[in-house]
Every structure is written in C-alpha cells, then in structure tokens.
Write a protein that binds this ligand. Structure first.
Ligand code: HAM
Length: 425
C-alpha cells in the first residue's frame, strides 16, 4: 500500500455504487418512460454555461446566484458557472436553436450549489426535470404537474402533498413586490437579523424566511392573491380546476414564491411528509413566461419542474420503499475449472441470449469461484470442469435453494433453453 493519503470525494458530494445505484437506474428509467408518454424528448446541455445564463435567468440577487453558485474562470479567461439548476440552461438552448413549439424536453442532470451539506442537501445533487416552451395554455400547467404527481405515485410514494400558487404575470408580480417593499420598509426594524438590512435586494425572499419575526411581518403585509389581474386569476383557476378534474389534490399556499426570479404565474412544490421539514421538498417548478426573452430570445411562455433524485430516494426509504424499480441482479454465474477458459464462449452465448451473466477470473480454485458466485447474488451457477468438458455437459446449480446443492446436469447445447426455463420458474 502507498503512503499517500487516500483521496476522498469533495464535501457535500457522494459516490453511488451498486446495489444502491440500481435504485437510481430504476428512478431514471421510470421518469424517462413517463416523460416519453407525455410527449417530452431528452435534452442534453453543457454542465457549465456562461455565468450570465444563470445571473440573468435565476436572478443575480437570488440566494443561489449570490451564495451558492460555483463560478470559475477557464484558461481562456471566460467566466463560467457550474449549473446550479436545469431550467436556465434548457431555455438558453431553446433560444439558441429555436426548435418548433410547443417544445417539450426532459433531462436528468447533476446540479451544483455551495450549500451547508446535511441529509437531503448536497453540493452536487441530481435533478430529473421537464421544460415545455411555446404556450401559456393552462392545460400545459396541468399536464406538467400531473406528470410529476403520477410519477411520484408510480414510484410508490404515498405521503406527498402538492402546494400551488400563482405569482401573476410580470405586472401583477411587480405591483405586489412594490406593495411588499413599502410594507417591509415601514417594518424593517422588526425583521430577522439577516433580512433587516438585506431585504431590499430581493423582497420576495422574505416570504420564504421561516424565522418568526419575518413570518409575522409578512403575514400582516400585502398578500399575493390580492394582486393578481383578472387574466392571471382566471389562468390559475383553470389550472386548479384541471388538476381537480384529474384527481390530483392540491392546496394553495399564497406564500409560495420559490427561490428564482424567473417564475411568473403558476408555482408549485411537492412536499414529502416522510422527510424532515427543511429538506422535504422533493420537487418544484412553475411558469417562467419571461425567461426566454431575458436570455435574449423571443417572448415565449414556458413551464417546467424538477425533482431531486437523492430526496426522492430518501422519501422512498422513509416510506419503506427500498426495492429498486429495475432488477439488476445476475441470472447466472459461470464457474469454469477446465483450466482453459471455456467461460468466455459460454458467457458470450448466455449474454447473447439476453441473460445477465458473470464469472470469476484468474483461474481460481472451484471453492474460491463458488464463493464469488455466492456473493454475486446470481440465481444459478453453471459449473464446467475437465469432466464436463469431455462429456459435452454442464452442471447447473441453484444458488438460492435451501436444499443442499440441488443441481441438474444438461447437455451444453441445451444450456440456454434450460437456464431460461429455470429462471422463469
Ligand atoms: P429547485 O426547487 O431549486 O428548482 O430544485 C428542484 C429540486 O431539486 C428540489 O425540489 C429538491 O428536491 C432538489 N434539490 C435542490 N437543491 C438541492 C440540494 N442542495 N441537495 C439535494 N437536493 C436538492 C429548480 O431547480 C428549478 N429549476 C425547477 C424548475 C424546473 N422550475 C421550472 N422548471
């Protein structure tokens, strides 16, 4: 062993290895299937962007942009940021490529935020999400929210609540922010330590502050629903009616404004009651009808949501759902003691027939190979030694049977058919 200290993954990040990674695969595959069913196609965008994409997109005064973004200069002196979320990049790609609308895209991506790491809060987390651009039809809001809701149900989550609100379009939002600012200015001395001075930078953030002082001041102040124009009110009503018609239960939270500046009209969050308060949002999203324009594109409505993979898995575990949605265990383990590597061709046949099969290496003893076979989790072992090689037969052993070494001897040319039959039993 070398004397060099072992290097570890950075604070707030984690490695995911098997068998836990099978839960990730299952989650991503299920989401991909849902996205496909709802008409979304996969979009891939770079993990880093010009820092302006995020500063203009999520707002340069948002907490994420000011305190959490990983910003760096590359060797050519350009200022980039690691993506803290998916929406701004996807909308940047939309503006750049101008695909036919409505454009519906889904993604799975790491996201980077310099947060104080704790359970459910990481410096690199992973998001599954969708974005749809090209219409402000409330039917699309209903569709996006329903996709998320049905996805959570398909995963087996039962204790999830949907909270929803409308921030109004730019004008309603602007009038509300002006009224809120006036109220905060008059009551600034009563705000919490962090916000007494800092509230001006982003007054909407005060609605997110959980400290008693800020909650009390904002509760007495102007309320968002009172500032919605008739159109925004009607839009929101159609969204909530549409959800109700599909049996998707939602509760209105007039304080739900979410952390990014791009949101307009519908905003929503999915809360997992099985998780601790501060990290119980398993997904969130909303409309961003001004974002494409903000990034230099045409005026174009859009809506989307994203869900944290780690939080979804934590919520599933907390609800007792730990079985991966895909099976990632081996079918067969080949134990080859012939001394001249029969396993290679045998495995090629088995894998070619669609079986998940593996082996031991380095010409180890029968006993050593059987130990690896037992550890591998495979259902069946195929044993081939010098005697079997001569007779053209192999031995199949059931590795999970309670009986002592129940086994079948079959002709080599019947192997695939016999294994397939035994595996479907
Ligand atoms: P967000 O609410 O910031 O929204 O993040 C989406 C989800 O990612 C959260 O609900 C949570 O499950 C997970 N998440 C966020 N930060 C962390 C973290 N530090 N550690 C672990 N999980 C985390 C967005 O990012 C928007 N782009 C969503 C959206 C899409 N809006 C419209 N379209």
């Amino acid at each position: 062993m070398s004397d060099a200290p072992a290097l570890r993954a950075p604070t707030g990040t984690h490695d995911v290895l098997g068998p836990e990674s099978a839960r990730w695969e299952g989650l991503i595959a299920t989401f991909a299937q849902f996205a496909y069913r709802y008409g979304f196609s996969l979009v891939l965008t770079p993990m880093f962007e010009d820092v302006g994409v995020f500063n203009r997109g999520i707002g340069e005064h948002s907490d994420v942009a000011t305190k959490e973004m990983y910003v760096f200069e590359d060797r050519g002196g350009r200022r980039y940021a690691l993506r803290p979320e998916g929406t701004a990049s996807v909308v940047r790609a939309f503006v750049q490529h101008q695909p036919v609308t409505p454009w519906k895209a889904w993604y799975v991506t790491p996201a980077f935020r310099y947060e104080r790491p704790q359970a459910g809060r990481y410096r690199q987390h992973h998001q599954l999400g969708v974005e749809a651009l090209g219409t402000d039809d409330p039917a699309l809001d209903v569709e996006v929210i329903t996709l998320a809701w049905r996805f959570f149900q398909a995963l087996g989550l039962r204790r999830v609540r949907l909270v929803i609100n409308s921030m109004g379009h730019e004008e309603c939002r602007g009038r509300f922010v002006a009224a809120l600012s006036a109220h905060l200015a008059a009551n600034a001395s009563r705000l919490c330590d962090e916000h007494r001075e800092g509230w001006r930078l982003n007054p909407l953030r005060l609605l997110d502050c959980k400290r008693d002082e800020c909650v009390a001041v904002t509760a007495e102040g102007p309320q968002l629903p009172d500032y919605l124009c008739d159109d925004c009110r009607a839009h929101f009503a159609r969204v909530t009616e549409g959800l109700a018609a599909l049996g998707v239960p939602s509760t209105r939270d007039p304080r739900l404004v979410r952390g990014f500046d791009y949101y307009t009209r519908t905003t929503f969050e999915f809360v997992a009651d099985a998780l601790d308060g501060a990290q119980n949002a398993i997904g969130g999203g909303g409309r961003y009808d001004g974002l494409a324009e903000q990034l230099g594109g045409p005026a174009m409505s859009g809506i989307g949501f994203a869900s944290g993979v780690e939080r979804l898995l934590l919520a599933l575990t907390a609800e007792g759902e730990t079985t991966p949605l895909v099976r990632r265990t081996l079918d067969v383990f080949v134990v080859d003691t012939t001394g001249h590597d029969v396993a290679t061709t045998m495995l090629d046949d088995l894998r070619g027939a669609g079986l998940a099969a593996d082996r031991a290496y380095d010409g180890r003893s029968m006993k050593a190979q059987m130990r690896v076979a037992d550890r591998s989790g495979a259902r069946l072992a195929v044993l081939v030694g010098p005697r079997e090689e001569v007779s053209g037969q192999v031995t199949i052993r059931d590795l999970r049977s309670e009986e002592v070494a129940p086994q079948h001897v079959v002709a080599r040319h019947d192997l695939v058919a016999t294994l397939t039959r035994l595996l479907t039993k």
